[in-house]
Design a binder for this molecule. Structure first.
Ligand code: ATP
Length: 233
């Protein structure tokens, strides 16, 4: 179980998150929604140790990890797929996968990645920077998959991609969840995020405006008001 408890955080001189409580139960998908600038990316950056809380705590399976650095959190199973993907463009698909693979399991990791995304198998020796946006996103997701994370932090992983690729990515997210990873998902495709989510958090100006199950959003005006989207259940 991964928890944010009363967290405040931001950047020099600006507080973005104001007293956020959020729980990611084991094996669940949590969708984090909110208007532009609500603080979603900031929350993921906090959860992966890239920025630290000024107040409040991060707790992973009972351990206080509030002050841990990103590599210490990765070691504990928290993996971040940032906006912009975070892959190495000059390295091949194989090399990108090997870098994230558990030691001694490189061959297995490559097989696992290619079975989730067959297209990566066809392009295993291609430099990632020369691949399409959708293929690069597949590499970024496959890199996380082979680490078998406890919690995957996913920032707009379907942004700007063709509908068919978005379908493939959402199928993959279900696979990632089925292998036992919990997902904290920031997603612009609200309806799709709600289809896969067990819990929804709605951030408004750095505060949690709604928390519940997707079904509880039926007719919730709070949604149209803060996200600017009618979920239309
Ligand atoms: N490095 C930074 N330095 C200063 N302020 C920042 C920085 N990054 C983000 N902010 C500010 O923090 C606030 C929250 O930004 P954040 O990117 O977390 O929002 P978001 O909900 O992810 O938005 P979007 O949906 O547009 O990506 C914004 O007002 C933004 O301008």
């Amino acid at each position: 179980m991964f928890e944010l408890q009363g967290v405040h955080a931001g950047y020099a001189g600006t507080t973005v998150l104001r007293g956020v409580d959020l729980v990611v139960p084991p094996g669940s998908v949590v969708a984090l929604l909110g208007a532009n600038g609500a603080g979603k990316t900031t929350l993921l950056r906090l959860a992966s140790g890239l920025i630290h809380a000024t107040e409040g705590r991060l707790v992973l399976d009972g351990e206080d990890v509030t002050r841990k650095a990103p590599h210490q959190l990765v070691k504990r199973g928290i993996c971040h797929v940032p906006e912009g993907r975070g892959i190495f463009p000059n390295l091949t698909v194989r090399e990108n996968l090997i870098l994230q693979s558990p030691a001694g399991k490189e061959k297995e990791s490559i097989e696992k990645a290619c079975s989730a995304f067959p297209r990566l198998g066809e392009r295993i020796n291609q430099a990632c920077g020369t691949m399409s946006g959708g293929e690069q996103q597949m590499v970024a997701l496959a890199r996380t998959y082979v680490q078998n994370p406890k919690v995957a932090l996913l920032d707009e992983v379907s942004m700007g991609l063709a509908p068919k690729i978005v379908d493939e990515i959402f199928e993959f997210l279900a696979l990632l969840r089925d292998q036992g990873s919990s997902l904290l998902l920031v997603e612009q495709y609200v309806t799709r995020a709600l289809e896969v989510a067990d819990y929804v958090y709605l951030l408004n100006k750095g505060e949690v405006a709604f928390v519940g199950q997707p079904s509880e959003l039926d007719g919730a005006d709070v949604f149209a008001e803060y996200v600017g989207v009618d979920v239309g259940h």
